[in-house]
Design a protein around this ligand. Sequence first.
Ligand code: PEP
Ligand code: MG
Length: 428
Amino acid sequence: MKISKLIGKEIYDSRGNFTIRVRVVLDSGVSDFFDVPSGASKGSHEAIELRNTSGSVLPAIQKLDVIESALKDIDLSSPLDLDKFLIDMDGTENKSNLGGNTTLGVSVAFLKAYSKNIGVSYYMTINKLLNSLLKSEGIVVDINIPVPMFNILNGGQHADNHLLLQEFMVIPTQYFNNASELKKKPVSDYLNIGATILHLLSKRLKDENFFYGVGDEGGVTTDNISDSITALANISDAVKSSGYKLYDDVCFGIDCASNYYYNEQTKEFTFDNAKYTSESLLPVYLKLLDDFPISYIEDPYPEESFDDFASLVEDSSNSTLIAGDDLITTNPVRLKKAIDNASINSVIIKPNQIGTVMESLETVKLSILNDITYIPSHRSGETLDSFITDFAVGTGAKLLKAGSMQRGERIAKYIRLLEIEDELNGNK
Ligand code: PEP
Ligand code: MG
């Protein structure tokens, strides 16, 4: 299979910022495209996005001509061949030469066109590629419909309010309450949980005459809540009024994205209107985990704090997922360091943090080999592209972070989940 053309187009993401659409045309004439997402609360070890000073991605689009010429006459038998080629051609640790937005655009668009050309769904190709990487370990991963983690209250860099903590999520408990013993639910049941609780939380805030808006990931944003305890108490009340049961049906997750409330100079955290060191913050987090049904906490410490993460893993219950996002940036080298330090038991997978599908799958592979719960994730600046859902299903992920039950770019990921479920059940 050869690539005959790479076509770039400057489009907009869900925040109205520029991003890139890459279309790959194969020599067979088949083509497909990928719209690359973009983060706001980025880790500093993420792949570099090529943009000019006004935010335009034209520099990334210009790189496509160079890649297209370099690929001329090269036969690609697998998407992994293309990704190896892109990694070599870029030659840097952080894709600063070609741009991570450029390489991911080409990588995913080719995987999609390749799948279309041979008549298989994207998630099937992902599954085949992951299993080829795992073959030497004698491990086979099955495709799986993940449980969605619904982000229903937004703060931090995703909302213009006083909440420093970035994401409050409600999560159907299927994964946490020993999934093997619980019958998995249809996707529509999960989506109903997310939508019902979101609507009840919105209604609560409106009834209280709180300022009400919608944040970057579709969760509610309000000016009237400025600490995590009040936030979690409001979400608890919304759950109670829904008929779903806390602990039995629904638990909570939080993404602290703590880079945002950490001061590098003073080494202090400003959290819930008080100042803390990393040591004095630990009991505050532990109390929060105790007082509310929180089964998941992401980036509680900043991106270099491997030891502080390890203290939280050590002191919290084994069933709580402590996840690294900015800490790991989907980078297998950083994941290895976190594993060696026992810093985390869960990792966020965002393909645009590393710049190719293959490297994202390498990070998934390392997670599987070390019993780390891997969670594919959208970005706060999204597009209507739902590839991340196919990626999650194909890698057999148990959980998926794709935002709230409002905003079209978030709903697109959940509709894709419904479509895949239908396909797997033989319903067209
Ligand atoms: C996150 O931090 O998990 C997230 C999705 O936000 P962003 O895309 O802004 O990094
Ligand atoms: Mg995060």
